[in-house]
Design a binder for this molecule. Structure first.
Ligand code: NAD
Length: 407
């Protein structure tokens, strides 16, 4: 891709704390770009609407103009949006991801020294999660309790597909879980490409294939297939190791990693999702790049973010690596309990903006933002969410925190 030096990039400030965190963040982005590149590069920010603000001003939660602007620019930055309740309106985030086919939800999880964390050694956690973003139960194919369609579906399953010995009480609601080979492989491929580019030694497929054999079991199978064919020159898999050594199980994981290193390759391994949630608390240092299905990824992303104390500073991006479309976003919600009080931490939006700059290839500007946040936290100049849990912290408002980073 050729990136112009002065791109126009749309942003959605968002609902709740959105306007405050955007107002604090934009000067930081502009200052970082100026410091890194002088007059050579500049972003022209274009406000576009979604969510409550869009509904008030245009009568639509997601106006066509918003989608058009993102399609034209290919990239956008977004604050949190209120999920409309009732009225048959779907989550705006899910709609944006599906409309633009943003198949990878990328969430880096790392520790910033000094951030209050619930675990003893939070610095051992440094992972990047690749969550499949368009399939799984999040595809939104659901049938409500008592509806005629639901009854027809139950009848079809029982009579035509001979699904027997399964309780289907009349009060059943049903959800469908599509997981495709193509969808899994493009996500896992993106995770492997990332690991190769960033020189990360491990890609772990996290799944519940022991129970959901065709969907999540398929995810694991197709992941290994991809690693062993398309990526055979760069990847060695746990599967291959077990076949060669005639062994099984987690005890061989370290040996397989060593073998991969000896071959100068990345190891692709897998772990069952419930075990993974234990493993990340016990041995977070063993995990690096994670590839997983949609629902698992949702749980894992928030659990890992909380582990490093980073629910207010966890960034994210939703990316289609084939078309280039990408929306980077603060991962927290609209925080209605603190909206309008200048208490919100803008770091999640700031670091998501940093991911956007990296995506444009403007690494130097992205690094300046990360370093400035690191320095502010290390010197205990923080917003109220962190200040409350730190000794001797200087509590700054959202805007003051942004101004500190600019200076
Ligand atoms: P939330 O993330 O808004 O709030 C959870 C807690 O975290 C609150 O105590 C809040 O004050 C705190 N918090 C969140 N962001 C913070 C920040 N930047 N600085 C300091 N503290 C922060 O989650 P919720 O209350 O479950 O959801 C509120 C609304 O946001 C709902 O409408 C929900 O659907 C929506 N939501 C949107 C997104 C998104 O747009 N990506 C994500 C999650 C929730």
């Amino acid at each position: 891709r050729t990136i112009p030096n002065t791109p126009t990039i749309p942003f959605i400030a968002g609902d709740g704390v959105g306007a405050e965190i955007w107002a604090a963040s934009q000067p930081v982005f502009d200052a970082a770009i100026e410091k890194a590149y002088g007059d050579e590069k500049k972003i022209f920010w274009q406000e576009i609407l979604a969510g409550e603000k869009a509904f008030e001003e245009t009568g639509s939660w997601l106006p066509d103009h918003t989608l058009d602007a993102i399609e034209q620019a290919k990239v956008a930055l977004k604050g949190p949006l209120t999920t409309p309740v009732g009225g048959g309106i779907r989550s705006l985030n899910v709609t944006l991801r599906q409309t633009l086919d943003l198949f990878a939800c990328v969430r880096p999880v790392r520790y910033f020294e000094g951030v209050p964390s619930p675990v003893k050694e939070p610095e051992k956690t440094d992972m990047v999660i690749f969550r499949e973003n368009t399939e799984d139960v999040y595809a939104g194919i659901e049938f409500a309790k008592g509806e005629a369609e639901t009854q027809q579906l139950i009848q079809l399953l029982q009579e035509q597909f001979a699904v027997k010995n399964i309780r289907f009480p009349e009060t059943s609601a049903i959800g469908i879980k599509p997981v495709s080979e193509e969808g899994s492989k493009r996500l896992i491929g993106a995770a492997i490409d990332f690991a190769i580019a960033q020189k990360r030694p491990t890609v772990t497929l996290v799944h519940k294939g022991n129970i959901m054999k065709f969907t999540e079991g398929g995810f694991k199978l197709w992941g290994y297939e991809l690693a062993e064919t398309t990526y055979k020159d760069t990847c060695f898999t746990m599967n291959q190791y077990q076949a060669i050594k005639q062994t099984e199980g987690v005890a061989t994981a370290d040996a397989a990693l060593n073998e991969a290193k000896a071959q100068g390759k990345i190891i692709v391994n897998d772990v069952i999702a419930d075990n993974f949630l234990q493993q990340i608390l016990l041995y977070p240092e063993k995990y690096d790049v994670i590839a997983t299905c949609n629902l698992n990824g949702d749980y894992i992303s928030d659990a890992l973010a909380a582990q490093v104390g980073g629910i207010g500073i966890a960034p994210g991006g939703n990316i289609n690596y084939n078309t280039g479309y990408a929306i980077f976003e603060a991962t927290h919600g609209t925080a209605p309990d603190i909206a309008g009080q200048g208490k919100a931490n803008p770091s999640s939006l700031l670091l998501s903006g940093g991911m956007l700059l990296e995506y444009l290839g403007w690494q130097e500007a992205a690094d300046l933002i990360t370093n400035a946040i690191e320095e502010a936290i290390r010197t205990k100049k923080v917003t109220s969410d962190f200040a409350h849990a730190m000794d001797d912290a200087v509590e700054l408002s959202t805007q003051e925190f942004g101004s500190l980073l600019v200076s």
